[in-house]
Design a protein around this ligand. Structure first.
Ligand SMILES: [Mn+2]
Length: 316
């Protein structure tokens, strides 16, 4: 059932024991929105815990309360309210088993969040779930302590590419300003989010050696074979380096993760790459999509490049 933000606030303040969760593969917004809300509710005297069914990237350890995030243990936490942030209930792993009796309150900015059995507050015009939590806490006349402000700022900043993406609105900037006024040091957050292990930068350099641009200059790609992939801990952010090439509309990253298994990621400035991803059983958004192909690297490369050529039509 869809509810208003006021109603969401009332449900939170009426609950006795609250379990907060967010999606697996947690990003800055999932973690930031969750921690910000947790600190607020604890400040209100609510017994509140935060479970995420995944590892928490080291990057977020500077956020107050990050160490309090727990993995679900399958036991009933006794919560009477389960708050699901930044995703629908389908992406929270095994957390729901820890709150079998709880009502579900889902707060999200993704249109894919379904109007299910619980209460849903969805605002797709907000850049981040952390921005919605900020709005909620303003509504509740919260005192924005640094413990609340830092994670919320991090959530908003990471979901907007540090206030650069098209989802950045005047409200986003005002929320950011208010959180800085509350004591957040933006340089501390951005430095922590950008920091990469030396091994990752070395891996990135090796991956960059595979860069290719199609003759028409509209598609650029990185093609990582299994041997190279085995030396990489992560390929996070690699695709962003090819996306910035002048004239390139679509950036592709194909990595061979096993015998005849290639994972494909695509980012675009205009072309609907989800159309290509969906053709091969994947999905995503217009400008960011992916799929997995049961092919060796060279064939996966050919398949994706020709599918893209078809979708993109003749160069103008
Ligand atoms: Mn988000």
């Amino acid at each position: 059932m869809r509810i208003s933000l006021e109603e969401a606030g009332r449900r939170l303040l009426q609950a006795h024991k609250i379990l907060i969760t967010a999606h697996v593969h947690p990003d800055g917004d999932a973690i930031g929105a969750s921690l910000g809300l947790m600190h607020y509710l604890r400040g209100q005297g609510k017994e509140t815990c935060l479970f995420i069914d995944d590892d928490i990237p080291e990057t977020f350890s500077l956020l107050p309360g990050a160490a309090a995030i727990q993995r679900p243990d399958g036991r009933d936490s006794g919560a009477d309210l389960l708050v699901v942030l930044d995703s629908g209930i389908d992406r929270i792993g095994t957390v729901q088993a820890c709150a079998p009796e709880a009502a579900v309150l889902n707060i999200d900015h993704h249109v894919s969040s379904e109007d299910g059995a619980g209460y849903l507050y969805l605002d797709a015009a907000r850049a981040a779930t952390a921005e919605i939590i900020y709005e909620l806490l303003v509504l509740l006349h919260a005192d924005f302590t640094l413990a609340i402000a830092m994670p919320l700022y991090t959530g908003i900043a990471t979901d907007t590419g540090f206030f650069r993406y098209s989802n950045t609105t005047p409200y986003t900037m005002r929320a950011g300003a208010a959180l800085i006024a509350a004591g957040v040091q933006p340089n501390i957050i951005s430095e922590a989010m950008e920091a990469k292990p030396y091994a990752l930068v070395k891996g990135m350099a090796a991956a960059m050696q595979t860069i290719e641009v199609t003759p028409d200059g509209r598609v650029a790609g990185l093609f990582l074979d299994q041997e190279l992939v085995a030396t990489l801990d992560s390929t996070e952010g690699f695709i962003d380096f090819v996306r910035v090439i002048e004239g390139v509309d679509v950036a592709v990253l194909i990595k061979c993760i096993g015998e005849n298994i290639c994972r494909v990621s695509m980012r675009s400035k205009g072309t609907d790459v989800s159309a290509v991803a969906m053709r091969y059983g994947g999905g995503g958004h217009v400008r960011a999509a992916g799929c997995t192909l049961p092919l060796p690297l060279a064939e996966a490369r050919r398949t994706i490049l020709s599918a893209l050529a078809e979708v993109m039509g003749e160069p103008v």
